[in-house]
Design a protein around this ligand. Sequence first.
Ligand code: PLP
Length: 410
Amino acid sequence: MTTREECLWLDERDPLAPLRAEFILDETQIYLDGNSLGPVTRATQRRVHEVIDHEWGEGLIRSWNAAGWMDAPLALGDRVATLVGARDGEVLVADTLTFLLAKIIGGSLELRPERHVIITDAVNFHSDLYIVAGMARLAGREIIVKTIDRDTLAEHLDDDVALVMLTHVDFRTGEMLDMASITAAVHGAGALMLWDLAHSTGAVPVDLSGAGVDFAAGCGYKYLNGGPGAPAFMYVAARWQGVLRNPLPGWLGHARPFDFEPTYESAPGMRAYVTSSPSVIALGALDGALEVFERTTMADVRVKSLALTDLFISLVEDALPGVFEVVTPRDHARRGSQVGLRHAEGYGIVQALIERGVIGDFRAPDICRFGFTPLYLRYVDVYDAVQTLVDVMMTSAHLDEKFAVRLAVT
Ligand SMILES: Cc1ncc(COP(=O)(O)O)c(C=O)c1O
């Protein structure tokens, strides 16, 4: 079993260790929930003040031009592109993830008018399931949404399928799907591929270009640390730009918004997918948050992510044999940057941990979920978190009746 001293030794040699200083962290806590809401970076704090005090405070309306507010969704998109293997001009930062999925789903149904099936994963994130059903209803023709066991996808790929929408890293189990081979199979059937990158972006290397992906979208508030409700991003491969129409057109996606023309003419490139005014303060927060990624590579992040999740799994299994079912794959190629532990009393366990300063979350019905962000987590944090988990289980702290009623956000 790895000792605390060995963890401290690993921390001393960790090339990512200096990045921790970029984050504002409570040193009395261990934050294993960056997969849900990333912490504030110092650069974010600086950028938000700059936006409020100078760009908005002093520049007022002039800043739409002078501070680059109109182009910020595209400029930030280019920075996110480097994290997901996209090229300049293929990513837009706007709206929130569910809205961007709606735009892509709605637009892509027009690209396959002779096909009437959308396939998605029965255990996909519920918002994805709701929005795909909603967009199917609005399609103006009969669209069937098939929610399948993703492992049986090949059996469902036929000439009726217009679009396949999957989440790359499963939000409960942390299982990562093989983006390249699934995309190739979907293309082999003549369908289009949409990936939800909510639990991938900034967490694992993603190569959208290399995998030949058509469309993707992800959020800004998890591993990108853009803040609660941060703007999301969408990817449209260059070959689809000008072809995929925005089903929710608005004035700022018009070719000439300030001509105030009564009929819509789409702007070129990714600007076509803009609907409304960008949320400038939120873009400032994300702008600051992305700075830390310029000091590392996703390859280095991945090495440490796997080391941290390996360490967590092995410490839990050594200290608490048979207590939890580890639902996250052991196989590195199939693992994201989070670990799920199944336990019937999972909610109480997570709450008892939070009371003791170890912040994870709970995903119904029975998963204790722990996210590992290599940018600020130390090996010793993993060690101490597991010791706290051992303490909770040994003292049955999780069975306290105060945990019988669940909070609104779990
Ligand atoms: C996989 C996945 N898809 C979609 C969403 C919804 O994101 P938003 O609230 O930005 O619409 C989430 C939120 O956590 C998610 O985890």
